[in-house]
Design a binder for this molecule. Structure first.
Ligand SMILES: [Zn+2]
Length: 485
């Protein structure tokens, strides 16, 4: 890619608000129901049906706006965005246009060690359209079917400023935004089911130029890993076009993940005159300070604040704090283990090590794993007391994970306690010395390195259960005494 050019990227993100019912009616928003089983006159747009705004959807939108540092507007308006499309039965979509719910805000991203602020233009509320089904039916070659279950599902559209300068920055921004929405519990972050969607406005210009180039909008990026790829492809395409003497035209392009490219979308809906009218059936949305404060009071501690607190309160390294605060449930789990074990660093090590590794191996989620915080804390306490070593602890962890037994029960039942009894250890040490007379003689002749080998044999002889510190002391005493009693 020629470095003479600089990409300019802005994102428009549609996030489904996690309410049980739609934005203007009581129909269910559950995913995966039989087509057209979650519809009513309101979301089908039948004549005479009146929309009623879902208050919880508004609260969720306010929550997202507050978390992203936006200014919630005291009054916002719904409008009718007119266009014709089979999956839009009313012939218009109810959306906020000139007076959106929230303005400004943004978030900080870090790419290649450099941090940068990406601003937001606005967040507005709108309803989703239905879904055209072009395949999956016997006559799909001749007919398109429409499923209106999605019609009227509550969305927020988050519009960023054109502040990003690489596909990697855009991908990082999208990831961070998703983390925050999921953390807040206002969106499930699921791109495959369409509850989070990302469109990218991409243009290129000569480095140092102040005017923006003509932008193309890339749509249909329906998987997380494709966001960066699609934008990268589009940047390359535009640079090639401009270098070849061509011009970028303003258009909507669809990402084709199979071909790894964007294609121009020819579509009737590309008529740009949407003809917005005020929605006469909905009053202005008034959000007073009391409502904002009520929503603010329900907000969890945000990831960034929690990360800083973990460093300060638990003296964790930045890295640990960053990993543990990626998902709210993981952070909650860590805090519960740390409190019960009284050892935050050990809790962090076990959660980031054995637990995350096991979850990854099993393809499990932190919210659906079987090991409660109390049992993991019990294991840490046994290690801290010197009753078992941390290597035995890993085996106990595995046993615990696949059962509902406590670490205490497993250690007792399987006789895993460390051997801290001198006479038992001496017996093992004498056996090892007798079986390795050459190594003993070498040690006594001054070849001190053989000590490590002999100590290893003692641990092996104890099946890993010897208290390593005590065993090592006793072995050295025996070797140095010159006399095997
Ligand atoms: Zn409905």
């Amino acid at each position: 890619m020629s470095s003479r050019y600089e990409p300019v990227i802005g994102l428009e993100i549609h996030a489904q608000l996690q309410t049980r019912t739609k934005i203007f009616c009581g129909c269910s928003t559950a995913f995966g129901a039989a087509p057209n089983s979650q519809v009513c006159p309101v979301c089908l747009g039948l004549p005479g049906a009146l929309p009623v705004l879902n208050g919880l959807a508004v609260d969720y939108a306010i929550k997202a706006a507050l978390a992203l540092g936006c200014t919630v507007q005291p009054q916002s308006l719904f409008a009718r965005k007119n266009y014709f499309y089979p999956d839009l039965p009313k012939g218009y979509q109810i959306s906020q246009y000139e007076r959106p719910l929230a303005l400004g805000g943004g978030l900080e991203i870090a790419v290649d060690g450099a941090t940068k602020w990406v601003g937001l233009t606005r967040i507005h509320m709108e309803e989703d359209a239905g879904k055209s089904l072009h395949e999956g039916f016997a006559d799909s070659d001749r007919r398109t079917y429409v499923d209106y279950n999605r019609s009227g599902v509550p969305l927020i559209e988050i519009v960023s400023e054109p502040d990003m300068r690489s596909a990697a920055e855009a991908a990082e921004f999208f990831q961070r935004l998703r983390d925050i929405l999921v953390w807040l519990g206002v969106n499930d972050g699921n791109m495959e089911e369409g509850s989070l969607r990302c469109d990218a406005n991409v243009s290129v210009r000569l480095r140092g130029a102040s005017a923006f180039g003509t932008k193309a909008e890339v749509k249909n990026v329906n998987s997380f890993r494709y966001v960066e790829k699609a934008i990268d492809y589009e940047i390359g395409r535009q640079i090639d076009l401009v270098e070849g003497g061509g011009r970028v035209v303003q258009e909507t392009r669809l990402w084709d993940s199979a071909a790894g490219r964007t294609n121009s979308m020819r579509s009737k809906e590309e008529a740009h005159d949407y003809r917005y009218f005020p929605e006469p059936d909905l009053p202005p949305l008034i959000v007073d300070d009391a409502r904002i404060e009520r929503v603010r009071a329900t907000m969890p501690e945000l990831p960034e604040a929690r990360r800083r607190r973990f460093v300060a309160q638990y003296a964790l390294p930045e890295y640990d704090a960053g990993v543990l605060t990626q998902v709210a449930a993981l952070a909650d789990y860590f805090e519960a283990v740390a409190a019960a074990a009284g050892n935050a660093k050990a809790a962090s090590n076990w959660v980031m090590g054995e637990l995350l590794r096991t979850l990854k191996e099993r393809g499990q989620d932190i919210t659906a794993q079987p090991l409660d915080a109390g049992r993991l804390a019990g294991l840490i306490v046994l290690i801290d007391k010197g009753i078992i070593s941390s290597s035995v602890g890993k085996n106990v962890f595995a046993t615990m994970y696949d059962s509902d037994r406590s670490a205490d029960e497993i250690v007792a039942a399987e006789g895993l306690s460390q051997i801290g009894d001198e006479s038992a250890l001496l017996e093992i040490i004498r056996g090892v010395m007798a079986a390795n007379a050459d190594a003993v003689a070498q040690y006594r002749a001054g070849k001190m390195q053989t000590f490590g080998f002999l100590a290893g044999q003692v641990m092996k002889g104890s099946k890993g259960k010897a208290n390593p510190k005590l065993a090592s002391e006793l072995l050295r005493k025996q070797l140095d005494s010159q006399i095997v009693r």
